[in-house]
Design a protein around this ligand. Structure first.
Ligand SMILES: [Zn+2]
Ligand SMILES: [Zn+2]
Length: 566
């Protein structure tokens, strides 16, 4: 009898603890205010079994359909050389194929690009340039990850977008206790449990606000759904199989979504995918944490004189600016207008008008709920900014360094002296002087062979000479028989293979004049200093390797007019 009583008390205590640990139930919303329309919603950044996810595209689409989503942007890991699957409707959900590329500065989602002619990899500045050249849109994935190798580390590159929220990063920064509690409450309030692990990504939001003071940068919420809790190995390829399929795709899709106001679907998958990608590029997208309540609707527009803009747009200045925010939200929701990263105004209510001065600034809106989880609490809704009085072209700052006035020619016409070829064991390289319309040029032929693990390369090596240290850049004209990247390297003696610093350059069948600034170079492998000491440099190398050239790849590069300049 006593034993049974003790058991009952124990069970009651467990039930009580479990109940107290339960995350708050999602809010129910008031009806949609007049004038607001339900947007299309979707998940961006989803992995399938093609990389390290656990579901097939069809299963994932079905999960998205059950969660009420209209589209899914798949981003399996890759180097962008694979032809993306054409957009298709599965289970009524538009499936768009994109890719997540690993760079040496973090992972980047590339949406809407045509297949790359060579593997995209290496430094972020080069991958971003390649994505733009291929017509794609680059979004920094999990930029604020607490794992250094996954964190974004180059904020000077012209990123088109970033993930202000990434569910995978959010899992990783939780304590053992909150993860244990999450497993405990997951079976009953699954979506709320997932959401209970979210915090405000303060650093990433601050970084975004810094960038949008200067140019347009679109922020989205990245699901990063794999449908697994597993031990992920550090690099790629990821190991499949040994993981629990929790949280499921459906539950992740119910936790939060990206809303695209103003987009309607025609049923034609190709046209609809274009519309989705165009809306994301334009920043016509806001994120909602649906596991807290909703999915809710938010509208953010602004007018100045006769001009009107929606979130994501540039608003030309034509007098005082009126910001208009409307939303479907419970009374306790708090709306914050963020101006250039600082909170300008806090309001409650379903519709707000706020007049601001006629001066350039970026304005965005966050909606906060008092019961939101996290320390600090995760925002419930996040709009993209309206860029008041800013340059609509998103011009990347051009190089302001002066044109060179002094040159030291290293090769132009005639025989070549002192150059050598270095290759890995099973690779080939041949250097020849060949005729040009007038004079001669250098032909560099390469073939990369051997095992990928042996890092095959072919390098064409020019003696640096004694003049190098009086100059600040290397200039040459070059073309290649197909689009490719060549690593231009300065080598100092030291260690077994010397110390090298490099800058990757893009070549294609059209002859271009290339300029490589020495102070733009970054270490290749481990070096004793971040930059070379020019007086110590013995050789300049033109290197073709498997960073951007596939194993077995071969071709020809022609270069001419090699000179130092300042
Ligand atoms: Zn990633
Ligand atoms: Zn990912």
């Amino acid at each position: 009898m006593l034993k049974r009583l003790a058991l009952v008390v124990l069970l009651a205590a467990l039930a009580g603890a479990w109940y107290l640990a339960l995350p708050t139930r999602a809010l129910s919303l008031p009806p949609l205010p007049p004038g607001l329309e339900e947007p299309l919603r979707g998940a961006i950044h989803v992995h399938s079994r093609r990389s390290d996810g656990t579901g097939e595209v069809g299963e994932i689409a079905a999960a998205a359909a059950r969660a009420g989503l209209d589209f899914v942007v798949f981003t399996d890991h890759g180097d962008a050389t694979r032809e993306p699957d054409p957009p298709q409707y599965r289970e009524g959900v538009l499936c768009i194929d994109a890719v997540e590329i690993s760079t040496s500065n973090g992972h980047v989602l590339a949406l809407g690009l045509s297949p790359a002619p060579y593997p995209l990899a290496g430094e972020a500045r080069d991958v971003i340039e390649d994505i733009a050249r291929l017509g794609g849109f680059a979004i920094a994935a999990h930029p604020g990850s607490n794992r250094p190798e996954l964190r974004w580390s180059d904020w000077d590159v012209p990123l088109a977008g970033l993930e202000w929220l990434n569910a995978d990063s959010e899992w990783r920064d939780e304590s053992g206790w909150s993860l244990a509690r999450a497993l405990f409450t997951y079976p009953i309030r699954t979506t709320e449990t997932i959401v209970s692990l979210l915090d405000r990504p303060t650093g990433t939001l601050r970084q975004w606000d810094e960038l949008t003071k200067r140019r347009r940068v679109v922020a989205i919420a990245g699901t990063d759904a794999h449908a697994r809790i597993g031990v992920r190995s550090l690099g790629e390829p990821y190991v499949n199989g040994s993981s629990i399929h929790v949280p499921s795709y459906e539950r992740m899709f119910r936790a939060f979504s990206n809303a695209l106001p103003g987009v309607t679907f025609s049923g034609d998958a190709a046209a609809d995918a274009q519309a989705v990608l165009a809306a994301i590029r334009a920043g016509h997208v806001y994120a909602t944490i649906d596991g807290l309540g909703g999915p809710a609707v938010l509208s953010f527009t602004a007018t100045s004189g006769t001009a009107t803009a929606a979130a994501g747009d540039v608003l030309p200045l034509g007098g005082p600016v009126t910001l208009r925010i409307a939303m479907q939200a419970p009374e306790r929701a708090r709306m914050e207008i963020v101006k250039d990263g600082g909170v300008l105004e806090t309001r409650t209510g379903a519709a707000v008008e706020h007049v601001v001065e006629a001066a350039p600034a970026s304005y965005r809106v966050e909606v906060l709920l008092p019961a939101a989880p996290g320390e600090p609490p995760v925002p419930w809704m996040v709009s993209n900014p309206i860029y008041v009085g800013r340059d609509a072209t998103d011009a990347v700052p051009s190089d302001t360094r002066p044109r060179p006035s002094r040159f030291a020619v290293q090769y132009r016409d005639g025989p070549v002296t002192g150059w050598t070829v270095e290759t890995s064991p099973a690779s080939l390289g041949a250097l020849d002087v060949v005729k040009k319309v007038s004079g001669t040029q250098l032909s560099l032929r390469y073939g990369l062979g051997g095992a990928a693990s042996s890092s095959p390369f072919a390098a064409f090596v020019m003696p640096a000479g004694s003049e190098l240290s009086g100059y600040d850049r290397l200039m040459f004209t070059a073309r290649a028989n197909r689009p490719m990247r060549v690593s231009v390297e300065l080598r100092e003696p030291g260690g077994a293979a010397g110390e090298r610093w490099h800058r990757s350059v893009y070549l294609d069948p059209t002859e271009h004049e290339i300029t490589v600034y020495f102070d733009d170079m970054t270490p290749r492998g481990v070096t004793s200093r971040p930059q070379p000491t020019l007086a110590n440099v013995q050789s300049i190398l033109f290197v073709v390797d498997t960073v951007n050239t596939p194993l077995g790849g071969n071709g020809t590069v022609w270069i001419d007019d090699v000179r130092y300049a300042r």
